[in-house]
Design a protein around this ligand. Structure first.
Ligand code: FES
Ligand code: FES
Length: 222
């Protein structure tokens, strides 16, 4: 056993842990923040991505003792005061628990720009990959505020999504970049002729009325 203290989202978390404890397990089981997901444990999927002292790491491939004394930011750290926790939900109970985002006391405009862009662009389906995607893009866009679509693709090259086909994730990355540069975070994406694109039409459908079950995951609630 070894005592470690890791600052997680600004809060020091001290514990005596087995030296083999992964940072991923420390965040989920010791700090109690389950927004960081375990998808493969082999540094392949990126679901477990978080920041250590401002750098993105795959927390399934880092021991907690290696980052003793460091500061970690997880998906929950992006909008810590703005969302109420929700009860754990399953697909079976989802219909009974589902509420639009506003009913949870939150508004898409209160989210981090990357989270808001994922919401607006409907850049998720099951949402399992979403915390990792959001963390990687947030970190990338802070360093690269004017990306091309290819840049965004490259930024998420280490993150796998089984559901979305990636196009809406790229849309969200571009929209988040614009918002983080100080532009307006649009709720619809227009094609060159001004008509809503597929992504824009979806964004319009979800803007202001919340999104599907993945939103809880996007915001680190589940
Ligand atoms: S769980 Fe870490 S990369 Fe898949
Ligand atoms: S794995 Fe990406 S939304 Fe389902």
């Amino acid at each position: 056993m070894q005592d470690v203290t890791i600052t997680v989202n600004g809060r020091p978390v001290q514990a005596g842990i087995d030296e083999r404890t992964l940072l991923l397990d420390f965040v989920r089981d010791v700090a109690g923040l389950t927004g960081t997901h375990n998808g493969c444990l082999e540094a392949r999927c990126g679901c477990c991505s978080l920041e250590v002292d401002g750098a993105i790491v795959k927390s399934c491939n880092v021991l907690a003792v290696q980052v003793d004394g460091s500061s970690v930011t997880t998906i929950e750290g992006l909008s810590p005061e703005r969302l109420r926790p929700v009860e754990h939900i399953t697909s079976q109970s989802l219909a009974g628990h589902y509420q639009p985002l506003e009913a949870l006391g939150a508004d898409a405009g209160d989210l981090h720009p990357v989270q808001a862009a994922f919401h607006a662009c409907h850049a998720l389906q099951c949402g399992f990959c979403t915390p990792g995607m959001v963390m990687v893009l947030k970190n990338y866009l802070e360093e690269n505020p004017e990306p091309t679509r290819d840049d965004v693709r490259t930024a998420i090259a280490g993150n796998l999504c089984r559901c979305t086909g990636y196009q809406h994730i790229i849309d969200a990355g571009m929209q988040a970049a614009e918002a983080m540069r100080g532009g307006v975070c649009r709720t619809a994406i227009e094609s060159p002729d001004g008509a809503p694109t597929g992504a824009g039409a979806q964004a319009g459908a979800v803007a202001g009325v919340g999104a599907g079950p993945g939103v809880g995951v996007a915001t680190g609630e589940v």
